[in-house]
Structure formats: C-alpha cells, structure tokens
Design a protein around this ligand. Sequence first.
Ligand code: UDP
Ligand code: MG
Length: 314
Amino acid sequence: MNFSIVVPIYNEEDSIQELHRALAAALDPVDTDYEIILVDDGSTDGSFSALQTIAANDGRVKIIRLRRNFGQTAAMSAGFDAASGSVIIPMDGDLQNDPADIPRLISKIDEGFDVVSGWRNDRKDTFLTRKIPSMLANLLISRLTGVHLHDYGCTLKAYRREVLDGINLYGEMHRFVPALASQVGAKVTELPVNHRPRLHGVSKYGISRTLRVILDLMTVKFLLTYSTKPIQLFGKWGVYTLLAGLGSGAMTVYMKVFEHFSMNRNPLLILTAFLLFMGIQFIVLGLLGELNARTYYEAQGKPIYVIRDRINLG
Ligand code: UDP
Ligand code: MG
C-alpha cells in the first residue's frame, strides 16, 4: 500500500526541516513507497526556500506553492488533488501532530476502515480560547452530524482515497470530512494521537474560528440532511408558518365579530400578515432550492446515491 502525507504550510519556516526528518524517521521503517506533499499556502517567511531545500534532497517530497494565502482547507484540498497514494494522510506542519502516529493510523485503515480520525486526547493548546470552544463545537458537531468523534478539529487523519474523491471542500470544512464521508457510506473510526505544544511560529487561529466552525456546521448539516430535498425543510416551515398565520387571522376575525375589537387596532392583524407572507416566502425558497438541487446534481452527473458493489451488472 502506498500513501501520501499532505501538509499545509503557512509561515512555518522553523518547523519544516524537523518535520521532514520526523516524517522520514516514522515512515521509512513501514514502507519507503510514500510521498510527502507540502503545500505552501502563500507563506511570507522563508518557508518556501526551506521547502525547496528539502525537495532538492528527497525526491519523495513534492511541493505545491499557492499564489496567495487561501487558508488551511484550500491548501489541504490542493494537496489531496495532487496526491497519488491509495491512503491520504493530512497533518499539521507545525509539529503539533506527531508523525510517529502515522503507522498506527495506517494499520487502522488496514483493518478495513475508510476514515481514521486523530483524537488529541491530551491537547496542548490554550484552555480558554481553544480547548473550551473546541469542546463545545465537538459536542455540537457530534450531535448534529450523527458521526460521533471526540475531536473533529485534529488535522491528523487517514483517508482511503476513494472517500476523498467524491468530496469537495469549501470554507473551513476539512474538519467535516468524516461526517461528509460517512454520508457516502464510509466506515469511520478514531484513534487517540499525540499532541504537542507549538514550538516555533504562532498559531494562525484564535477564538474567532469558533463562529466560522458553527456557520460551516450549519451548511454541513443542511447538506447532509436536505441537499437532495430542500422543499422538505423549507416547505415544512412554510406550512407551519402559514397555518400559524391563518390561526392568527381567524383570531382577529373572531375578536372582531364576537368581542367587537377593531381589526385595525389589533396587533394580531400585523402578525397575520407577517406570518402569511413568511410562509409563502419559505415555500418559494424551498421550490428554488429544489431547482438548485437539480442543477447541482444533474450538471455534475452526480447520482443521489452511492453504490458499494454491483454483481452481474458488468
Ligand atoms: N495553515 C495554512 N493556511 C492558513 C492557516 C494555517 O496552511 O491560512 C496551516 C498551518 O501552517 C499549520 C496548520 O495549517 O500547518 C494548522 O494551523 P495552526 O497550527 O495555526 O492551527 P492550530 O494548531 O493552532 O489549530
Ligand atoms: Mg498548530
């Protein structure tokens, strides 16, 4: 089995050499048929020349340099697209992930899993701004996606390549790959991995990432549940809202007829108009969504199902 290590690099000049040394030390005993794809995500320090030096001395090291800083997810995507291994293993370039864990991830894949997700069970990051928000986000992601992992944010994971082939990443979505993969039937598991404090350079993220993760989670939840049937979500809310509007309208009429309460002085009239209007909006949104879903799936020739095996079908 050959594998590809994919590492996004953004201003990590002081870690690169050590990273390469540690990767080689961890991987050479397992199998020398691997590649390391280092993606320079528009670094402004000496990262690129450090990468060039490594690539000049080791043919298994491949470098991609993006034109500007596109973000970690995009950098990883670039690496995935270029990877040729049958197992693809992303990890951070700041030495917080430990290359020594990679052989264990690979043996999990050998056991038959499609996705093995690293779990930093002893995470070395600041408590208040990183660990607490991440704990909450993990709980929320687990609850909403139905894929139960302890640590979605760990970059160190292992994927069978077929799993990644059908997945396009946007925004900050690399952490949702296990959830997206399980939607297409992948077998997902997790494995505790080592985590170390950052020794060189600075973290590229702070507390503000929490909001971005929550917003992406909304998108993923929507895609997982309703991407092939948006009217089921919007139509449902549309009908509820219309019914509430009709109820509030009936109440206004009732109060007029039986309690002689003037309709135009009754705030329920405004609520009625508002709810009826919203209900129609929801339904129309659902119909537009249906139209979009057809464009999305048909333009790409994407089926709405995923086949595992075919027998006697040629
Ligand atoms: N990274 C990147 N592009 C970015 C931000 C980060 O390629 O815009 C890389 C970074 O160099 C590192 C990995 O993504 O290899 C994780 O970033 P960081 O260590 O800052 O995140 P943290 O570990 O603090 O969550
Ligand atoms: Mg880090």
